[in-house]
Ligand binder design. Sequence first.
Ligand SMILES: Nc1ncnc2c1ncn2[C@@H]1O[C@H](COP(=O)(O)OP(=O)(O)O)[C@@H](O)[C@H]1O
Ligand SMILES: [Mg+2]
Length: 305
Amino acid sequence: MRNVLDNELILLGGKGGVGKTTCAAATAIALLPKKTLLVSTDPAHSIGDCLGQEIGDEITRVEQGENLYALEISADKTLQEFKQKYSSEMRRLLETSAGIEHLTRGEREKLLSLPVPGADEVMGLRRLLDLMEEGNFEKYVLDTAPTGHTLRLLSMPDVFDEWNNVLYKLRDKHRFHERAFTKPDRADQFLASLKTSTTELRKLLRSQKTEFVVVTAAERLVIEETKDLVNQLRSFGICVRHLVINKLFPDLNTDFSRIRRDQEQKLVEEIRTSFYELQIMEVYLQPSEPRGTDNLRQFASLLYS
Ligand SMILES: Nc1ncnc2c1ncn2[C@@H]1O[C@H](COP(=O)(O)OP(=O)(O)O)[C@@H](O)[C@H]1O
Ligand SMILES: [Mg+2]
């Protein structure tokens, strides 16, 4: 079985609170000294908190981790920059699409400022893709938002594509009615580049060098959500080979811990049966929160032992 750390892009995801960020940061540390970028697209960023250093929307070198860099992508900010950069193309698009070409200037402005479903998420992923194309790092680790949000994010290239197809059709219709221009213009180029973007995103997520590591806990509700997540990831064609069961109760030689562990063991068995084809990685609940590079290094050795 291919090792998690052999991948170029490793995504970590799961239910809120299971330990996605901790596992992502520990994975990034396990990849050192390879030059690694740890990225978060969770709007509730917590990489900085986990590493014990402020990280923001700019690539920041992690002080205690040689060759480790981190970035908390603000999808919203990325989208605003995109809109600014392509505002003239977007206007042109509105002026030359059937049904909306006769809108007044004010109406057009209003339309442009409406949120396009999923656009901010696509932009966040797009930014990661751009960074990977620039190729300044050898490895990329992505700390994702909780399950629902992540699934939405991963389905966004498809939703975005449909939106794109509708615009293409409206333009064709306009052309037909106006018996107008036949040569592609900059609005066409703009649409084509969006299309390429979503195609590339899909390719990246389905690549052989990409793997989604699912983080879970031995709790009933978490398991149900994990099943959904794994199935959906597979339906998107994303590779899932490893499952982390985090925060398992340690053996403390007390009745309390015996009872907890017995209950957990049943759930762990269920997980192993449900996901028989996955490699399971188990991590015990630690006496303190694994924060800061030293603790994370230790956590990484438990995770990848
Ligand atoms: N194995 C563990 N032992 C002890 N605390 C843990 C463990 N894994 C994660 N934590 C703690 O649990 C909390 C949630 O973890 P986090 O990685 O932020 O989860 P998520 O990103 O999935 O919301 C954090 O306070 C983290 O330090
Ligand atoms: Mg998190």
